[in-house]
Design a protein around this ligand. Structure first.
Ligand SMILES: Nc1ncnc2c1ncn2[C@@H]1O[C@H](COP(=O)(O)OP(=O)(O)OP(=O)(O)O)[C@@H](O)[C@H]1O
Length: 241
């Protein structure tokens, strides 16, 4: 296995009185796409939010490039090169696509070749560049949300269910864009329920249940093993398509 970019070791997270993560151990190799799968409520979103410092780990270590980031606040974690695309997308609906993009750039105006590259990945952004983000379709908003996360080069992006509620054609476009992003230096940790997308993009996979990782391995192995899918997920992942 390639060297790990991100390693969670025995991570526990409490949200108020609730104990949500019960010792998460997870390795995200440098390069490629790591999928994080599991039933609703398994703790996938909480894991991403804990990595990003939006929830504080109550125990355990989170190492990024070998450094423990578990005690850092979110801006410091972002500064190290990690971006988060939340399920609710976190875009400003009253602002234009352009304004949303400019606000996402931390170090001044983004360079034009990179903006062009992003608009080639997500062509609707170019079409609606001067339109309020609130007027975009669900899929276009999702594209804008991912585009904001990559406006500057990132070592790691965490993406929470980017295909939720989207039409098949948009899912295809999103999959193609993420595949191109995967060809760059960016590592992706992707929470996804759509197994066709998981299979198309994932290099490695971790499956969560009840706040723990219950399986880690190569996506190709899980993809080829219906019995394992059945044991891990309680039903064949094919049923999630
Ligand atoms: N703000 C919160 N307050 C209390 N409990 C929460 C909060 N956020 C999440 N939980 C609980 O934590 C558990 C894990 O939720 P989480 O959103 O991480 O799961 P998930 O695997 O991402 O599922 P989904 O696919 O439904 O988003 C669930 O039982 C959920 O109800």
């Amino acid at each position: 296995m390639p060297e790990a970019l991100l390693t969670l070791d025995g991570v526990h997270t409490h949200i108020g009185p609730y104990h949500i993560l019960h010792g998460v151990d997870l390795e995200v190799p440098a390069g490629g796409v790591a999928m994080l799968l599991g039933r609703n409520g398994a703790g996938k979103t909480t894991t991403l939010r804990t990595i990003m410092g939006l929830w504080k780990a109550s125990a355990g270590t989170i190492r990024f490039h070998g450094r423990d980031i578990a005690g850092l606040d979110t801006p410091a974690i972002a500064k190290l090169g990690i971006a988060f695309v939340p399920e609710d997308m976190g875009i400003f609906t009253d602002l234009t696509v352009q304004e949303n993009m400019m606000l996402a750039a931390r170090s001044g105006a983004p360079d034009r070749p990179r903006l062009n590259w992003i608009c080639d990945l997500f062509p609707p952004l170019r079409t609606f560049w001067h339109s309020p983000a609130g007027t975009l379709s669900g899929g276009q908003k999702q594209m804008l949300s991912v585009a904001r996360a990559i406006i500057e080069p990132r070592a790691l992006i965490l993406i929470d269910e980017p295909t939720k509620g989207l039409a098949p054609a948009i899912i295809k476009a999103m999959t193609a864009a993420l595949r191109q992003l995967k060809e760059t230096d960016t590592t992706i940790l992707l929470v996804e329920q759509n197994f066709s997308m998981a299979r198309a993009l994932g290099d490695t996979v971790a499956v969560m249940d009840d706040g723990r990782i219950i399986h880690e391995g190569d996506m190709a192995d899980l993809s080829a093993d219906a019995g394992l899918q059945e044991r891990l997920m309680g039903l064949s992942l094919e049923a999630h398509q």
